[in-house]
Design a protein around this ligand. Sequence first.
Ligand code: NAD
Length: 356
Amino acid sequence: MEKQIALIKGDGIGPEIVDEAVKVLDKIAEKYGHTFHYTRVLMGGESIDATGVPLTDEALETALHSDAVLLGSVGGPKWDNMPGHLRPEKGLLAIRKGLNLFANLRPAVLYDELKAACPLRDEIIGDGFDMVVVRELTGGLYFGARETVEENGMMVAKDTLTYSEAEIRRIAIKGFEIARKRRKRVTSVDKANVLDSSRLWRKVVHEVAADYPDVELIDMLVDNCAMQLVKDPKQFDVILTENMFGDILSDEASMVTGSIGMLSSASLNETKFGLYEPSHGSAPDIAGQNKANPIATILSAAMMLRYSFDMDKEADDIENAIKAVLKQGYRTGDIMSEGNQLVGCKEMGDAIVANL
Ligand code: NAD
């Protein structure tokens, strides 16, 4: 297969971690007979320095014409005092909007070897957990009309939470499709005992479920889900939810893994197109020192293979190589523990390639 990948290296540790992901992708291409073409796209601070803005129209066009985008991370102290519309993060918001990325995927996986980083007790962790939060990204409370007005001499703030049937349907379809590539269990999270938007959410999710008889569907109220994530995280496979609930639950799910350098993410639109990036930021404190953990970015590249290119075997291969490297005792500083071997960003990339 031949694929066009737009590469946004970004700022801070971005270039180092993306370089390692490319090394891994090149090895996969060689092993499976694929060709990956890479086009560099500037975004964030690097784009501000080169063009004066965080994302140019040409850069967005290039991203749009690729099969998928792999992103390092953007931002850093150098650009912290720029005016709001010229901050590196604006590039990120612009690309999400420009590419109509309405589905956000945040896996939370606890690896056996990294159990010590998990804040939960051993009997709760058991033999680890592996879930993904599928969050609606472009609707709901964060995008509804809002105002702060004075009523009867008192300030009143209003935010509106709106979801259309179509918005719910398309994210539900994504959730079920993703579950089919995993353990075939969707937990749909809402607040249907209180909110109209949640009652419509539940109705539409059940309609979509009828097309996926092989996937189990469980409804769960959001307050219960927040508890279950720390009480029994093993029960979850795909957590399907709306924007604000997903914002909160995806952070909770990732924190129970305890390792920021291991967390990948993806944002998808209605086609196979997606933007893949680690969940962490640009870590300016360790940039350029060969100390960054590239695994979150390499796992994001594996998600790209799985969800945008339907290369499930290749994605499994990368995930297994990462597990093998952890078993062999290689650790970057952020996941280092006694008895293991401390390696740099490049050496971690090399070790993963060696296991492919
Ligand atoms: P951060 O995630 O960059 O760093 C938090 C801490 O985690 C730091 O100590 C850092 O060294 C460590 N860390 C993060 N990723 C690591 C990795 N791969 N390997 C080893 N250690 C790692 O968060 P922050 O410090 O709040 O933000 C730094 C910059 O990143 C800011 O400018 C922020 O705006 C930006 N940011 C960008 C994104 C993005 O591009 N999507 C997301 C979050 C933050």
